[in-house]
Design a binder for this molecule. Structure first.
Ligand SMILES: [Zn+2]
Length: 384
């Protein structure tokens, strides 16, 4: 059987735990349960085999923007993130005019139908001017269920998530509408109180957009959204683990409180990810990237990240000292479940897509396989 490959000798991270000196069998584009005698073997002794990473919040990379780039540029951005282990990527849009966002959604929905993207995420325009971050304030609007509906219709079944400030007028009705349509309502860029956040969770919100960032800080008399989001089992919290957006102690607090089954590592990456320092545009706003940190030219707000998920993994397993199994949950399994794709990706189980990341003993990325094809070949050590 020429289509079989056996990846052998590695620490294989499965949902049930890590198997030492384990193997993963690939048959064509899928993971298989067994291999025929004499199938070619790739020796990965001393390496880790983990499921391909799933990035549910990502604005671009490789110099390309998902909000404004051409189809070819978007594909280049997706490829850049694949080279860093993210075999499944959702394209996130920053705030724009509704008609512009609807046109972008129509264009990129085709890439999602082809399987190049795992769907679309609208971050804004329904966010709080008090917590606007790197979104153009003049384009922000209160959530309006009719407008929300227009955007998800424009995405032709490929809308996966809408981030909104649920405390604004129309916020809770918009959350209900999203939940009814099977689109994740994510609480973010919000100025909500603790009580308002609880009301949004009761209305059907299930994700916290980059917890801690673009929301009120935890206070002992006014606990705000962070306490409400961390304590509720219906919520998964996104974390940007780049060492800039979060202090390690804040990450540890979230992991400890929510547990590894309720954390999703995201990049929130912008064009400079996997590309380099310089001047970029994030939607209509100019951003300077210096020493890999992206900030608005006007005002200096952090403007997305230049993170790739291989760096987030390494940081989590080394600096943060998290168990590898917990990192895999947060970087692959949990986002795959939220996106409704866990039957195909998010774990190394027979029948699923052969989306596999190879890490060395120091958690440096050495290989990436997507649907059975090496994108980064661990034996060549070079990118295709
Ligand atoms: Zn974002």
């Amino acid at each position: 059987m020429a289509d079989h490959k056996v990846l052998a000798g590695a620490h294989v991270v499965l949902p049930t735990g890590t198997v030492e000196n384990g193997r993963v069998i690939v048959d064509g584009d899928r993971i298989a349960g067994s291999a025929p005698e004499g199938a070619p073997t790739v020796d990965l002794t001393g390496h880790w085999l983990v499921p391909g990473f799933v990035d549910m919040h990502n604005h671009g990379g490789g110099g390309a923007s998902f909000t404004s780039g051409t189809v070819d540029e978007v594909l280049k951005g997706v490829h850049t993130h694949r080279l860093h282990g993210a075999t499944t990527v959702v394209a996130s849009f920053v705030t724009g005019e509704t008609d512009f966002l609807a046109r972008r959604a129509g264009l990129l929905s085709e890439l999602a139908e082809q399987g190049d993207l795992a769907g679309l995420h609208f971050e804004g325009p329904f966010i709080s001017p008090c917590r606007k971050g790197a979104h153009d304030e003049t384009l922000l609007r209160d959530p309006d269920p009719a407008e929300v509906r227009k955007l998800i219709d424009a995405a032709r079944g490929q809308a996966r998530m809408v981030t909104l400030a649920t405390e604004l007028p129309g916020g809770l009705d918009s959350v209900r509408l999203l939940a009814e349509h099977g689109v994740i309502a994510a609480i973010g860029h919000t100025d909500a109180t603790y009580e308002q956040t609880r009301a949004a969770i009761d209305a059907g919100a299930t994700v916290a957009t980059h917890l801690y960032n673009a929301m009120p800080a935890l206070g002992h008399r006014a606990p705000g959204p962070i306490a409400a989001l961390l304590e509720d089992e219906r919520i998964t919290v996104e974390l940007i683990n780049d060492g800039t957006h979060l202090h390690p102690a804040a990450l540890e607090l979230a992991f400890h409180h929510a547990g590894p089954e309720r954390v999703a590592f995201i990049t929130d990456a912008m064009d400079a990810a996997g590309f380099g320092d310089g001047r970029y545009m994030l939607g209509p706003l100019a951003v300077d990237v210096k020493d890999s940190v992206a900030r608005l030219v006007e005002g200096g707000s952090i403007a997305g990240s230049t993170l790739t998920l291989d760096r987030a993994f390494k940081r989590a397993a080394t600096v943060d000292g998290l168990p590898v199994e917990a990192v895999v949950q947060a970087i692959s399994a949990n986002p795959a479940r939220l996106l409704g794709m866990y039957d195909r990706v998010g774990s190394l189980e027979p029948g699923k897509d052969a989306d596999i990341v190879v890490l060395d003993a120091g958690f440096e990325l050495r290989g990436v396989m997507r649907k059975g094809e090496w994108i980064v070949d661990p034996t060549a050590g070079t990118a295709a």
